[in-house]
Design a protein around this ligand. Structure first.
Ligand SMILES: NC(=O)C1=CN([C@@H]2O[C@H](COP(=O)(O)OP(=O)(O)OC[C@H]3O[C@@H](n4cnc5c(N)ncnc54)[C@H](O)[C@@H]3O)[C@@H](O)[C@H]2O)C=CC1
Ligand SMILES: O=C(CO)COP(=O)(O)O
Length: 328
């Protein structure tokens, strides 16, 4: 299959960064942005100031407002918008093409993963998931990043990984699409928790403990849903959990910081917080944990914090008072 041209759907931080990575690797790339002002700015000034500040984008990136077919399609809109963005694309343009899903979240209402949404909207598309520790600002600036690119084992992921690789973006091919999707969505929920721990001044010992127990909980959920715990040892699991749970550069962590300082979800959202995918994913993760009969006290704790039914002091006291048990 020819894998030369790339169309990236989503004119935000991540879509622009991935377009930049493809362009600097010498691939013809079109970036689809729904906002005409952003299309114009990328084509004339070669910047996307709203999402990437003054960073100079590769002049070879062509922005368009309407979808342009390509050998590889990359979806980079928020998880809750993927269905709507796909609805605007003729499914025939996606048939038998690799469609790389990069949003890290589970859909409200349907509880679906990104590849399930793609399966419903474009059944003949070939889904892949790209996930791992990779801030848009780093990728766009050409700093070294490594990610997992997962198919389902039936298709040749290595060929696609080579087609997406560049001097600063190193995709590792993998087969556990379910595990990678769930890991990417859950790490945002745990990043909210870790930010809250710092925001409440509970210390870095607590945050590290939380990360380790989050990893264990993630492994229970992933395996119950048909993924592999081994996947979590890699970039999409441990790698991304570490990144998002340790720095306010993560929007989810920053949202959690504000929660931990006592602000309500509504106040933080009203204050114009950046996209924090964990906010919508947390209730979905709780429903899935219940459906798959998985003990997920940390997902439940984040939901308590987000809905404001209990204070962080009360929530942490409850977690610390859970029955003692063996570690694994
Ligand atoms: N920013 C980052 O560092 C990374 C983000 N991601 C993931 O990528 C996804 C997108 O995140 P960002 O680009 O950072 O968000 P963003 O908020 O920077 O940009 C989102 C973009 O999607 C567009 N959009 C929203 N709804 C749309 C719709 N219905 N149709 C078409 N376009 C629509 C917006 O206009 C905006 O341009 C998220 O799931 C995030 O978890 C993954 C890795 C890194
Ligand atoms: O997924 C990311 C880095 O891998 C970005 O994290 P945030 O969405 O929390 O900023």
């Amino acid at each position: 299959m020819r894998l030369e041209t790339v169309t990236v759907v989503g004119g935000g931080a991540w879509g622009s960064a991935l377009a930049q990575a493809a362009a600097t690797a010498g691939r013809p790339v079109t970036l689809i942005a729904r906002d005409e002002k952003i299309v114009d700015e990328i084509n004339t000034r070669h910047t996307n100031t709203r999402y990437l500040g003054g960073l100079a984008l590769d002049v070879r990136i062509v922005a368009e407002s309407l979808f342009v077919p390509a050998d590889i399609v990359v979806m980079a809109v928020p998880a809750q918008a993927t269905r709507q963005a796909l609805a605007a694309i003729d499914p025939e343009f996606l048939a038998r093409r690799p469609v790389v899903l990069t949003a890290k979240g589970l859909e409200t209402g349907t509880l679906e993963r990104q590849s399930e949404i793609l399966g419903a909207m474009a059944p003949l598309a070939v889904p892949y998931v790209l996930s791992g520790p990779s801030f848009a600002a780093d990728v766009a600036a050409g700093r070294p990043t490594a990610v997992t690119l997962a198919g389902d084992g039936a298709s040749d992921t290595s060929e696609l990984a080579a087609a997406l690789a560049g001097p600063s973006l190193r995709p590792y091919a993998a087969d556990d699409r379910v595990g990678v999707e769930i890991a990417g969505a859950l790490k945002n929920v745990y990043a909210l928790a870790c930010g809250a721990v710092e925001g409440a001044g509970l210390g870095f010992s607590a945050r590290s403990a939380l990360m380790a127990r989050a990893y264990a909980e993630m492994a229970r959920i992933v395996t119950a849903m048909g993924g592999s715990a081994t996947t979590l040892t890699g970039l999409a699991g441990l790698g991304d959990l570490t990144l998002s749970c340790t720095t306010p550069q993560s929007r989810n962590y920053t949202f959690g910081l504000a929660l931990g300082r006592g602000e309500s979800t509504q106040e933080i959202l009203a204050g114009g917080a950046g996209l924090a995918e964990g906010v919508a994913t947390a209730p979905v993760a709780a429903e899935l944990a219940e459906r798959f009969e998985v003990d997920a006290p940390l997902v439940a704790a984040v939901n308590q914090l987000l809905t404001g039914v209990a204070s962080i002091t009360h929530i942490v006291a409850g977690l610390m008072a859970r029955p003692l048990k063996r570690e694994s």
